[in-house]
Design a protein around this ligand. Structure first.
Ligand code: ADP
Length: 555
């Protein structure tokens, strides 16, 4: 039974009915009445017949009043008829003929229906094909970034240096391994851990190591892969990712470059990113911390992240991963040299690689090995490292490399910051030749004097080079920007200037006053500064404890 609700069947059926009606009408029109011989003779004799048609068996006559009559051919004198009226010959319109035309019509109808049916199938196929194409596109997207867990065989042993990071994360490992222990004590663990640090310092590696140590599946996704051109795909993928991770729980989700999704919603909107971010936030809010899924995310610019991501219950645990210091670099180089024959004093290589990340060190060892091979030697020499160092430096634009003189300036700059940070009560564990490691104040309410202390530390490097070299250097760029930003914020947002209504001069006054105070302070501690600088030059780093010791020794 055709489905009458389906219009594609309805149209041919209507056409079929119309044709049948026309046929019936025609048949009715042609259906002449049989008359007897006498009536025929009368009509002929009275000259009422206007024309006649003769076929195989009968004669159809047309009378003057427009009517048609039939009479059997054999019963009449055709000759006489021919004399009186024009006669034409037609084919016999028998039942068979009607049947034939009926069959033809039926076939035509059949063809008609077939045609429509085929069209319908074609349309259906087209729709299906489009659907398939769409599915294929989506499938492709998922194929490229499959939501598949990997079992990591990396452990903390494979990660050199970053001891504190390992310590912080070992708590997570323990939680993943012994969930019940934590549940019994009602201890809540963070759902999200944010790893913050420059590229190549081993953020992905350490996350994998956490998975490896805890022996749980590891789901890797890059933030940029969430933000697709197809609106909705990112959110869908986030949903899928969490669904899978829960299925495999306990497990670890690692989101690299989370800033691609979690950038603060600025003035311009990006609907796709926003819907992905919202999905991520609601997934994180949606799961209990007892679900056994830990989300580790990595970024190298925390300051651009949307505040919502950093709120409690989301990425509320933050771990800073910095560039390796001298000893850490040696440990990393050691890992990569382990399976190679060499004749190297690792300390020397560590000395020439200030500013190198773990990734850059791994490249350096590899390039040096290639160099040894090119020389035709099976044993790597220090000269292989010197030969390729600049090549690796060029390849990695972001690597800092100081000349001896620059190193001296930078060490002094950092020494001043360390001393100021200590003196003005800022929190820090250590200050290295490249980063200050000063912790942001983790408070809801911050005072004006605390903010001014920060500004003093930001300006210390600039002030110290003026004192020692009567010059200023470009390495101060980031600190100066931070100082200016903070001063503007104080004046414009917190009314910490001279007037409630922001006044540009107020920010400048805050900066100048802070600078004068730092000048006075540092000017009185030249000896201590030189000691701290020398310590940094030698070790590339100084801890708060070491700093304290130097200060106490001098006084
Ligand atoms: P990030 O995620 O911070 O950009 P990765 O974890 O991807 O950095 O590091 C890239 C590569 O650099 C690692 O696969 C590893 O080979 C090497 N690497 C980085 N840091 C370390 C480290 N601390 N110990 C050993 N190898 C490291």
């Amino acid at each position: 039974m055709p489905n009458f609700k389906n219009k594609k069947f309805l149209y041919p059926l209507i056409a079929f009915a119309v044709i049948l009606l026309l046929l019936a009408y025609g048949y009715y029109q042609n259906s002449a009445k049989y008359i007897n011989y006498q009536t025929y003779e009368n009509l002929l004799n009275n000259a009422e017949i206007t024309s006649a048609e003769v076929d195989n068996s009968q004669v159809i006559i047309q009378t003057m009043d427009g009517k048609k009559y039939k009479i059997l051919k054999d019963g009449i004198n055709i000759r006489k008829l021919l004399d009186k009226v024009p006669v034409s010959i037609t084919q016999d319109s028998t039942f068979l003929d009607d049947l034939t035309s009926g069959v033809i019509l039926f076939l035509l109808m059949f063809a008609f229906i077939l045609y429509f049916r085929k069209k319908e199938i074609q349309n259906f196929q087209e729709v299906e094909e489009n659907k398939n194409k769409q599915n294929a596109v989506e499938a492709d997207i998922f194929m490229n970034t499959p939501v598949k867990p990997v079992i990591s065989n990396i452990t903390f042993k494979d990660v050199a240096g970053i001891k504190e990071v390992k310590e912080e994360l070992s708590e997570i490992v323990d939680f993943l391994k012994n969930q019940n222990k934590y549940k019994d004590y009602g201890i809540k663990l963070p759902k999200g851990v944010l790893l913050i640090g420059p590229p190549g310092v081993g953020k992905t590696l350490i996350a994998k190591a956490v998975a490896g140590e805890a022996n749980v599946p590891f789901f890797y996704q890059s933030g940029s892969s969430f933000v697709q051109i197809y609106v909705g795909i990112g959110a869908k993928r986030v949903r899928e990712l969490f669904a899978y991770a829960k299925k495999y729980a306990p497990s670890i989700i690692f989101i690299d470059e989370i800033d691609a999704v979690g950038k603060a919603r600025g003035n311009y909107r990006n609907d796709e990113r926003e819907s992905t971010l919202n999905q991520l936030l609601s997934e994180m809010d949606g799961f209990e911390d007892s679900s056994g899924v830990i989300v580790i995310a990595a970024t190298n610019k925390m300051e651009v992240l949307d505040e919502a991501l950093l709120r409690s219950g989301r990425f509320d645990r933050r771990v800073f991963v910095s560039l390796p210091d001298k000893e850490e670099r040696a440990a990393i180089i050691n890992i990569y040299l382990k399976d190679k024959k060499h004749n190297i004093n690792i300390k020397n290589i560590s000395d020439i690689t200030v500013g190198f990340s773990g990734a850059a060190l791994s490249t350096l060892v590899n390039e040096a090995a290639i160099n040894a091979l090119k020389r035709g030697s099976k044993v790597m020499e220090e000269s292989d490292f010197y030969a390729v160092r600049d090549k690796v430096l060029l390849g990695k634009k972001k690597i800092l490399s100081f000349s001896k003189n620059e190193k001296e300036i930078q060490a002094l700059y950092q020494a001043a910051k360390a001393l100021s940070a200590y003196w003005f009560g800022l929190k820090f564990d250590k200050v290295s030749i490249i980063s200050d490691g000063i912790k942001d104040i983790d408070k809801e309410i911050e005072s004006k004097s605390e903010m001014i202390s920060k500004i003093k530390v930001y300006l210390s490097g600039t002030v110290v080079t003026e004192i020692f070299y009567q010059d200023r250097y470009s390495n101060s760029v980031i600190d100066l920007q931070k100082a200016k930003d903070l001063a503007n914020l104080m004046v414009e947002k917190y009314a910490m200037g001279n007037t409630i209504y922001p006044n540009k001069l107020d920010a400048s006054n805050i900066l100048e006053n802070a600078k004068n105070e730092v000048q006075k302070f540092l000017g009185g501690y030249e000896k201590v500064l030189i000691k701290i600088k020398d310590h940094i030059l030698e070790h590339e780093i100084i801890t708060k404890e070491e700093l304290k010791k130097i200060i106490n020794e001098i006084f």
